[in-house]
Design a protein around this ligand. Structure first.
Ligand SMILES: NC(=O)N[C@@H](CC(=O)O)C(=O)O
Ligand SMILES: [Zn+2]
Ligand SMILES: [Zn+2]
Length: 346
């Protein structure tokens, strides 16, 4: 039985760091274990231009003294007014590693996203030409589509047409939550990847709703039924290079979660690696953890695999705090409702 495991240092291919005091509070939680992260641009106002991304990158680096060598991989927030030449020069200079597509209204701070996909055609064509990946929040917002069906309908009615029109475009299906997402990603060839979050490997929709409503398990896309969670676990632990970790760690202050209209997002940066080790061990697939957290992502993005390593050691359950303190109030850490036996040394 393995109880010590050394793997290449992981990266997080989908992370929300926010800004200001929240940025300072959550950045060390990621930088402790992860070498790099794709930084989501859904600030208020969003990170739309290369100048925005450059300024945000500086704020992240300024918030990072003492957190070692963490490298933020910047993205731009796609709007119907995005300038294809600005995107191309931000890519050519190395500033950005992806562009993020939010369907308008689909999730937290997505109001400036895309409503009419015809209006972003030129940008997508340019991205396909230059090999810049498009990260997609894949849910339709049509009011008559049930929230549990929004990912499946998006794949059929939006994602597949975009990919057929741009076969050379590299696409990441972000935070997939369904067997439909797993199957589509798997059949998509080398230009299609998919991130899977930590929390969607652990919770199904019962965790949100049974025995009282649990706002800290509410995120978007919302967790689905158990058959879908099992499909995600199978995909993540399979070693298939299509699938890689994007935690979607999405901090919201407790006051914004525990209210009549609570924000979507689970904060998982702190305990993600311990949770993943537990999930992979239960499947008898600890030997595939490194592919999921440290190899498949850089391979998809065409970036080097990290030279440094982390070591996971199995022992008595690791204590994690229930909450992180920020100057603006407490922030609840995702509770996986199981003992976590793997401690991490970076
Ligand atoms: N996942 C979430 O539930 N929330 C994210 C936005 C997102 O990734 O959709 C956030 O920014 O809070
Ligand atoms: Zn999203
Ligand atoms: Zn996200």
């Amino acid at each position: 039985m393995t109880d010590i495991l050394t793997i290449r240092r992981p990266d997080d291919w989908h992370l929300h760091l926010r800004d200001g005091a929240m940025l300072e509070a959550v950045l060390p939680e990621t930088a402790r274990h992860f070498a790099r992260a794709i930084i989501m641009p859904n600030l208020v106002p969003p990170v739309v231009t290369s100048a925005d991304a450059s300024a945000y990158r500086e704020r992240i680096l300024a918030a990072a003294p003492g957190v070692g060598t963490f490298e933020p991989l910047m993205t731009l927030y796609l709007t119907e007014d995005t300038d294809a030449d600005d995107v191309a020069s931000a890519h050519a200079s190395g500033l950005i590693k992806a562009v993020k597509l939010y369907p308008a209204g689909a999730t937290t701070n997505s109001a400036s996203g895309v409503a009419n996909f015809e209006n972003v055609r030129a940008v997508l064509e340019k991205m396909a030409q230059i090999g810049l990946p498009l990260c997609i929040h894949g849910e339709v917002v049509t009011p008559d589509v049930d929230i549990f069906d929004r990912e499946k309908v998006f794949i059929e009615t939006v994602l597949d047409p975009i990919r057929r029109a741009n076969p050379d475009l590299k696409v990441v299906m972000e935070h997939i939550t369904t067997k439909d997402g797993v199957d589509y990603a798997r059949s998509g060839g080398k230009n299609l990847g998919a991130t899977i979050t930590t929390h969607h490997l652990v919770i199904n929709r019962n965790h949100i709703l049974v025995g009282g409503i649990k706002p800290h398990y509410y995120c978007l896309p919302v967790a689905k039924r158990e058959t879908h969670r099992l499909a995600l676990v199978e995909a993540a632990t399979s070693g298939d290079s299509t699938f890689f970790l994007g935690t979607d760690s999405a901090p919201h202050l407790d006051g914004a979660k525990e209210t009549a209209c609570g924000c979507a997002g689970c904060f998982t940066a702190t305990n993600t690696m311990s949770i993943l080790a537990e999930v992979f061990e239960k499947e008898g697939k600890l030997d595939r953890l490194e592919a999921f957290t440290s190899m498949n992502g850089p391979n998809f993005y065409g970036l080097p695999i990290n030279e440094t390593t982390i070591t996971l050691t199995k022992g008595d359950p690791v204590p994690y705090p229930a909450k992180i303190t920020t100057p603006d109030g407490p922030l609840t850490l995702f509770d996986p409702q199981m003992p976590l036996h793997w401690s991490i040394e970076a």
